[in-house]
Design a protein around this ligand. Structure first.
Ligand code: SAH
Length: 206
């Protein structure tokens, strides 16, 4: 599948119907999701792999991983109505993904998800709840040796020091996250936030 084909398929998926600001429910735009997934696929982290999407929301990353040939995809999300959207989206895209309702903060999250080769995630940036991204980093490294995440530009030094001794950043790709006015506190119609797609490797993993 070509990058623009994947983008078009992801573009068609249903978005959040009543996004929760506290949970930072922003849909990952199709071009950004496709870019992350294509890059991960190029590095051999998707095809034939067991992939986990943490905080899957509408399921964009999980569904894209399945379309790119992941052997198995498991998607974790805390909010049940959102899981129903992800289910409809997976059916529409005609892919088989395992959707699980769970909190990434659950200390058993690695057992709930099962061991994976790769985690993909667009976690909350911590704009509403400070440090909301930390449990995602912890869970991701508990589940898989390789992690791709979308973060605010400038998070790099925080991530490196937070993960010291547990994981390291081995690649960073710049991108833009267009955020449409979703919540009443948003002033602009669309605001483009510079983001980074970061590949993390568990310390000691190849
Ligand atoms: N890739 C998703 C973007 C999701 S936004 C998409 O395009 O739809 C972040 C998601 O993380 C939200 O769906 C939110 O409900 C979920 N989330 C936030 N905190 C969580 C937690 N503690 N455990 C599991 N999911 C959580």
């Amino acid at each position: 599948m070509k990058l623009n084909q994947l983008e078009r398929l992801l573009e068609r998926l249903e978005g959040f119907s009543q996004p929760s600001p506290a949970l930072e429910q922003y849909r990952t735009p199709a071009p950004l999701a496709a870019r992350l997934l294509f890059h991960a696929a190029m590095r051999g982290d998707v095809e034939g792999r067991r992939v986990c999407d943490l905080g899957c929301g509408t399921g964009v990353l999980a569904i894209g991983a399945a379309l790119l040939g992941a052997r198995e995809v498991v998607a974790i999300e805390i909010d049940p109505p959102v899981l129903a959207i992800a289910r409809r989206n997976a059916d529409q895209a005609d892919v088989d993904i395992q959707l699980i309702e769970a909190d990434v903060k659950n200390p058993q999250i690695h057992t709930i998800a099962g061991a994976c080769d790769t985690v993909v995630m667009n976690p909350p940036f911590g704009a509403q709840q400070i440090h909301a991204d930390r449990p995602f980093l912890d869970a991701a490294l508990a589940i898989a040796p390789v992690v791709y995440g979308i973060f605010n530009t400038g998070s790099r030094s925080f991530i490196s020091s937070y993960l010291a001794g547990r994981g390291e950043i081995d690649e960073v790709i710049g991108g833009l996250l267009p955020i449409r006015r979703t919540f009443s506190f948003h002033r602009d119609e669309v605001r483009e936030i510079p983001v980074e797609i970061i590949r993390l490797r568990k310390s000691g993993a190849s």
